[in-house]
Design a protein around this ligand. Sequence first.
Ligand code: PHE
Length: 371
Amino acid sequence: MPKNLKNEILLVGKGLKDKISYAKNVKSLEDIRISALGKKGEITNYLKQLKSFDHEQRIQLGSVLNEIKNNLLNSLEEKKRIIINEELEKKLLDEKIDITLQESPNNQGTLHPLSKTIDDISAIFADMGFEIAVGPDIETDYYNFTALNIPEDHPARQEHDTFYLQPDHDGFRKVLRTHTSPVQIRTLEKINIEKLDELRVIVPGRTYRSDHDATHSPMFHQCEGLVIGKKIKMSHLKGALIEFCRVFFGSENLPVRFRPSFFPFTEPSAEVDIGCKKLQDGSLSIGGGEDWLEILGSGMVHPKVLSGVGIDPDLYQGFAFGMGLERLTMLKYGIPDLRPFYDSDLRWLKHYGFLGIEETSLHSGLNGVNS
Ligand code: PHE
C-alpha cells in the first residue's frame, strides 16, 4: 500500500475526529457525518478508490478505512449522546423554579398602635379580674339610647351625631352604635347577677359618629368598663381608674383628677383628667405639670339602668367608664393626627407600629368572649 496514502487517510480520519469533538449540536454532527461517510464523503471517496488497487493493497487499505469508518461512527454516536444530555440539562436548569428567593422584607407587618393599645388595656384590666365582652356594631335604638336612660327627646341623642340605617321592615331604624355603652345593657341582660358574686367586664370595640377632622373619625374605637356588685362604691371606681391610668401611661405618680360631669346613664358622673405639661414646641408631656387632659368618662351606674335590666338598685351598685382608644393611643405615643390610623400606609405603620405580637396579646378576645 502506498505509505503516503495511508498517512493521508489517517490524517483525514484524525481531522474528522477533531471536528466531531468540537461539534456544538446535533445538526453539525450530522453535517460532519455526511462530509465523511455520505455519498460524496471523504471516507466514502477513499472506499470508492479501493478497486484501483491490487488485492493486497485493497485488503490493507480497506481495513484501515473500515477502522476509521467504525471509529468515526462510534465517535459520532458518543458525541450525540453527550450533546443531547447537555441540552436536556440546560433545559431543566432554565425551567427550574428558584424556591430559595427571599420574601420581600417590605411585606412584613407590624402591630397597629390601636391593636397594641387594646392589648395593653386588656392586660391591665385582666390583672384586676376583668373579662372581655362584645356586642354588635349595628344596634337598636333601645340598646344604644333608651336602655341607657337616654329617652327619645333627650338632647344627648343629638350630641351623638348618630348614623341611622334604612328602616327595617317593621319601620324601626337601627343605628351604628355611637358608643360601647349598649354592651353594658346586653351583658347585664345575659348574666344572672344573683349567681355571680361580681361582674367585671371591659368592652373594646368599634364605634361610629358622623364627625371627621384631625382628631375625629366617623369610625373610631372605645373601651367600655362595667363593674356591678353588692358593695361597689365610688372609691372602687377611683381606685381602678387611677391604677389604670398610671399603668397605661407607665407613670407611677401620674396625677389623676376626677371632675364632675354628666352622662344620662351614670349618677354621679365624672370625667377623668391626667396631669400633663405643654412643651415649648406645642407637644404634650404626660405626667406632672400645670395642665390637665381629659381621657375618659365614668360614673356610678344609674339606678334606672339597673332596674331596666331587672337588677334591684337598692341591692346592687356599680360603676362604668368609657374611653376613646384613638385618643389614648395618640397621647401615649405622641401621634398628632388621627386620620392616618386608617390609611393603611405602611410607612406610617413602620414608624408607629410595633414589631411582633407580644405574649400578653389578648386582642383575639375581641372576636370571641361573651358574644
Ligand atoms: N359612653 C360615654 C361616651 O361615649 C362614655 C361613658 C361610658 C361615660 C360609661 C360614663 C360611663 O362618651
